[in-house]
Design a protein around this ligand. Structure first.
Ligand SMILES: NC(=O)c1ccc[n+]([C@@H]2O[C@H](COP(=O)([O-])OP(=O)(O)OC[C@H]3O[C@@H](n4cnc5c(N)ncnc54)[C@H](OP(=O)(O)O)[C@@H]3O)[C@@H](O)[C@H]2O)c1
Length: 266
């Protein structure tokens, strides 16, 4: 770590029960490589502490990431948000009290790089929480027709209504039905995606990154299906946050190499 002194800036992640978070490893490593005089801390806050501390944290920290369960709740405390986070209704990155959604940017840019345009494809997204919201907007903007499958149907309906209100044609579904598919696991459990659906896919995206090689990613690999794993999304969203904070970032591969070398992912 660089020397901590008067000018050291504070960054960090806000969430609840986030002992697992890799964000401090990723960002402190990156700050060092970029020569940025900053530290990245974890603010693991109960709801009560969040309510007491959020405004002060926003005053003191230069930039923040936000994770479960505060991606929506934090919005009321911000000065503004970019247009896409307003539509999505969730932010995971804050810079000087303005909100952004780099989960959305990560999915959109990775799909563009690894697969390309999705016009004519049917996307089946499992889940209706923060990851599902961000990825549904990213994939819809790339031309995919969005279908949401979620345990709690009312949340799926809410997300679909939000997408449709913003000009997309999304539906709530119970099961995957077509060929020419993009399959996304946006729940904590990639086994939720039936194997027969995964096998019909042209592209598989899994948000889960522990382990990196989930059962879903294994199915994709074994069947020569293109895939984007949760670690790629995690690192990309972190580096996109750094671009917002500093206008620069470290190449994703360097961060991924570091996380494997430190045995922080497997
Ligand atoms: N790789 C990355 O950078 C990245 C970024 C964001 C999230 N993630 C990961 O993605 C996952 C989802 O995150 P999130 O922020 O979207 O969480 P969230 O807002 O809490 O949403 C979780 C979703 O998963 C569903 N779900 C949870 N447990 C389930 C179960 N046992 N059976 C069926 N459905 C279940 C929930 O369904 P209900 O609506 O029925 O509760 C909900 O739709 C987490 O594992 C998170 O760590 C990874």
């Amino acid at each position: 770590m660089l020397e901590i002194n008067y000018d050291t800036k504070i960054f960090g992640v806000i969430g609840k029960d986030i002992k697992y978070t890799l964000s401090p490893y990723i960002h402190n490593f990156s700050f060092n490589l970029l020569g940025i005089n900053a530290v990245y801390l974890v603010f693991d806050l109960s709801e009560e502490k969040f309510n007491k501390a959020i405004n002060s944290l926003l005053e003191i920290a230069e930039g923040l990431n936000v994770t479960i369960p505060y991606k929506e709740k934090v919005i009321a405390h911000l000065n503004g948000m970019d247009e896409i986070s307003k539509k999505i209704g969730a932010v995971n990155t804050i810079f000087r009290k303005n909100g952004y959604n780099t989960d959305y940017i990560a999915v959109k840019s990775l799909v563009n790089e690894k697969f390309g345009n999705l016009s004519g494809f049917n996307c089946y997204i499992y889940g209706a929480g923060g990851a599902a919201k961000a990825s549904s907007y990213a994939l819809a903007e790339l031309g995919c027709f969005i279908n949401i499958i979620n345990r709690t149907k009312s949340r799926a309906i809410e997300l679909v209504e939000n997408l449709n209100k913003n000009g997309f044609n999304a539906l709530v579904k119970e099961d995957c039905e077509d060929n020419g598919l993009v399959i996304v696991n946006a729940t904590p459990y990639s086994q939720i995606v039936p194997e027969r659906c995964a096998k019909k896919a042209n592209l598989v995206i899994d948000f889960v990154y522990k382990p990196v090689e989930t059962d879903l990613i294994k199915i994709a690999r074994n069947n020569n299906i293109s895939f984007i794993n949760g670690l790629e999304i995690l690192v990309r969203q972190a580096m996109e946050a750094e671009k917002i904070w500093f206008n620069k970032s470290v190449p994703d591969e360097k961060i991924i190499e570091y996380l494997y070398a430190r045995k922080l992912v497997w």
